[in-house]
Design a binder for this molecule. Structure first.
Ligand SMILES: *Cc1c(COP(=O)(O)O)cnc(C)c1O
Length: 370
């Protein structure tokens, strides 16, 4: 089988090629400045993302995982407390809870892979300290219902918004609903650095101050440590790259949304399930996930044809070896478990050519129709 129709799942070298001319001088000036951690580029980045998310404050950090950990700590999650979250995220969501010696309490999801708000109230106990929806694939979870529950029980929301920069629900931007919003700027995210990075959003000045210090050893000034913190500062170089790329983000989101529309038109819905966008949603398509029978066979067939795909995520978190001590078993979350066997992530990046996208869709359709 020839693989001349190679369709890559991501294309980061292509991204660099398109921006190299403009970005190299930026990088050179940052390296020449001698300021490598924090500084003006980082402050500028924080102002830009706070504005983009519609919040008062943003704190730049070293990763999305650190944003989750410092966010959970800042809203008062302590050892033994429970945090409600879905079991079908990237492992970092649950890991952040466990690192604080708190207990993740899983709740099943809807057909769109986001937490099922109808199942949250049953999971609330006296120990519940936070509700952590994950806006998976770039689609904001059903926030009306989640906000209602949060208010009713006075339990704060921490949004895992790592996959949803710029996504909206009823006109409100992800990262602005909860007490804190947690974002990643990992190279594979829509707003991506050339290394690890992340940030936290909040409207609460106390949380802002707390996380600003927590990321830097708990230092309040050069010599005074108020509490023991992390080393989770953003590099000036990554901030400079992000400041450049944030200007391209609207265009990138438009390209991904257009690709999603094209897939929806071309893929044969007799065989391919694609969750509908609800009227409240503005989806930024960090990933484009279809749900199909014979997923593994389809994935193999596409690989033979040179189409790279991915699975987010093949093993639900409650069934990971690392989760053994949490006491869950197969069958506990039937929707997540069923989806883990049916989901397949197709290439949707902004450099995908129309012919490539058509080839992917045709290859999927052909697999089922013969
Ligand atoms: C990427 C991601 C994270 C973690 O971000 P890092 O920057 O890699 O630490 C957390 N949650 C979700 C849903 C993610 O996709």
């Amino acid at each position: 089988m020839k693989t001349t129709n190679k369709v890559p799942y991501v294309n980061l070298s292509r991204q660099w090629e398109t921006e190299k001319q403009e970005l190299l001088p930026v990088i050179e000036s940052i390296l020449g400045s001698g300021n490598y951690i924090g500084g003006d580029q980082v402050s500028k980045f924080e102002e830009s993302v706070a504005k983009l998310c519609g919040v008062k404050y943003a704190v730049a950090l070293n990763s999305g995982t650190d944003a989750l950990m410092s966010g959970l700590a800042a809203i008062g999650v302590r050892p033994g407390d429970e945090v409600i979250t879905p079991p079908n995220s990237f492992i970092a969501s649950t890991a952040a809870v466990v690192h604080l010696k708190a207990v993740p309490v899983f709740v099943d999801v809807c057909d769109d892979q986001n937490i099922d708000p109808g199942k949250i109230e049953k999971a609330i106990t006296k120990k519940t300290k936070a509700i952590m929806p994950v806006h998976l694939t770039g689609r904001v979870a059903s926030m009306d219902e989640i906000l209602r529950i949060s208010e009713k029980y006075s339990i704060p929301i921490i949004e895992d918004a790592a996959q949803s920069i710029g996504s909206k629900w009823s006109g409100r931007t992800s990262g602005s609903f909860g007490a804190v919003g947690c974002f990643s700027t990992h190279p594979l995210k829509n707003l991506n650095a050339c290394g690890d990075g992340g940030f936290l959003t909040t409207n609460d000045e106390k949380i802002y101050q707390n996380v600003s210090r927590y990321r830097n050893h708990g230092l309040v000034d050069r010599n005074t440590v108020e509490f023991f913190g992390l080393v989770s500062r953003m590099d000036a170089l990554q901030a400079g790259i992000l400041n450049f790329r944030i200007g391209k983000l609207p265009e990138l989101i438009q390209a991904r949304r257009a690709n999603a529309e094209a897939y929806k038109k071309l893929l044969d819905r007799n065989f391919v399930y694609i969750p509908e966008d609800k009227p409240e949603e503005f989806n930024t398509f960090h990933t484009f996930v279809i749900q199909v029978d014979k997923r593994d066979e389809l994935k193999n067939r596409l690989a033979e044809l040179g189409v790279e795909t991915s699975i987010h995520y093949p093993i639900p978190i409650h069934l990971q070896p690392a989760s053994r001590s949490l006491g869950y078993k197969a069958g506990d979350f039937p929707v997540v478990e069923e989806q883990s066997r049916r989901i397949l992530t197709l290439p949707i990046h902004q450099f995908l050519k129309r012919e490539e996208l058509e080839f992917v869709a045709e290859s999927v359709n052909k697999f089922y129709k013969g």
